[in-house]
Design a protein around this ligand. Sequence first.
Ligand SMILES: Cc1ncc(COP(=O)(O)O)c(C=O)c1O
Length: 419
Amino acid sequence: MVYEDFLTQVLPFNKNNIHPRFWSWVEGGGTPMGMLADMLASGMNANLAIGDHGPIYVEKQVIEWSKELFGFPKKASGILTSGGSIANITAVLVARNNFDENIKQKGLHAVPGQLIVYGSSETHNSLFKAVEVIGIGSNNFRKIQVDEHYKIRTDMLHQLILEDKHAGLQPFCIIGNAGTVNTGAIDDLNSLARIAKEENMWFHIDGAFGSVPKLLPEFDDQLKAIEAADSLAFDFHKWLYVNYEVGCVLIRNAEAHRSAFTSPANYLLAHERGLSSGPDPFANYGMELSRGFKALKVWMSLKQHGIRKYARLIRQNLEQAQYLGQLIVQNSELELLAPISLNIVCYRYNPGNTREEDLNMLNKEILMRMHEEGVATPSYTQLKGKYSIRVAITNHRSQREDFDVLVQATCRLGNEIKH
Ligand SMILES: Cc1ncc(COP(=O)(O)O)c(C=O)c1O
């Protein structure tokens, strides 16, 4: 029976991001409510391309809630995406077309001078890919240096924009990071918003996971500038724990959003009544025509759990990151490799008297063995040439004891490999 094949050949080989000690990359854990919602959505076989039917209104409601959550104005627009990558591409495409309305039809030659995008060297690679996909080329993404907290150097950014303008280039978009993928750093978004305004540029925030603490009053200052952004990308499937896949992009200027993606066609004309009537189709706000009912799992999850529960779980993850940081700092065999500004902890095993290259190999081996043994699943990155074990806590099932297990396993494996 095919279900038995699933049970024996597929299910046991899950990546297992539903486990309490899964902390790789940035992955949320999903919930039973999300599973149920996905089954219901699939049963309806809803296609949210166009038409006057309930699922479209559910997605519209989710977008309304998202605007409220992040302080976007009521008249802003938005669309659910498969994830942060597509949310980022959607935003920079709107930014590009908004810079000069001729670009949409005539292409980039419509603009005299090369378009330039700015963001820190810690920006997620989906934005470098986005800049390539929209024809600007990643060489024209200015990767600005970061400070010791991995935040963009806003002084260098502003200086470079002025120099580029002087050289006849066309700076048009600044990317701010609310939570960098490597270390969780939040750029000085207030300054970025100010520079964007002064230089008349689009301000996009990649808040894939790090925008979500906006739910907590303690982030009022750091994340306030989200309310001033022209666009925001964030994911429900990361730190809002919704099952894969679902991200979102919000765009302040709904007209600019619509005009970037609308493309009239006789077979898609809106009627006054019947199934072909209804709200402005989502197809006018994104690349896809046929789209699944991703909104249902978000809608059902938010209604079931309520925003206060999300705030509590996010705060729990933040406290767990601090707890892990303390365990590392107190342990003479471990070294913290970056400040903990959010929910990401980067560290390595370093018993002393070991060369840098050897430490890099040693820590990589620790990580691989940890995965093979199935003890815990952190991931990795490279910080200033140092191989780092990286723990990204977007896991609502983790408990404090899980971090004790991680630290013990790191030291045990480090000792085993060394001797
Ligand atoms: C900061 C940041 N931006 C964008 C993305 C891409 O998001 P997605 O994997 O949902 O496409 C990620 C993924 O981890 C991320 O951490």
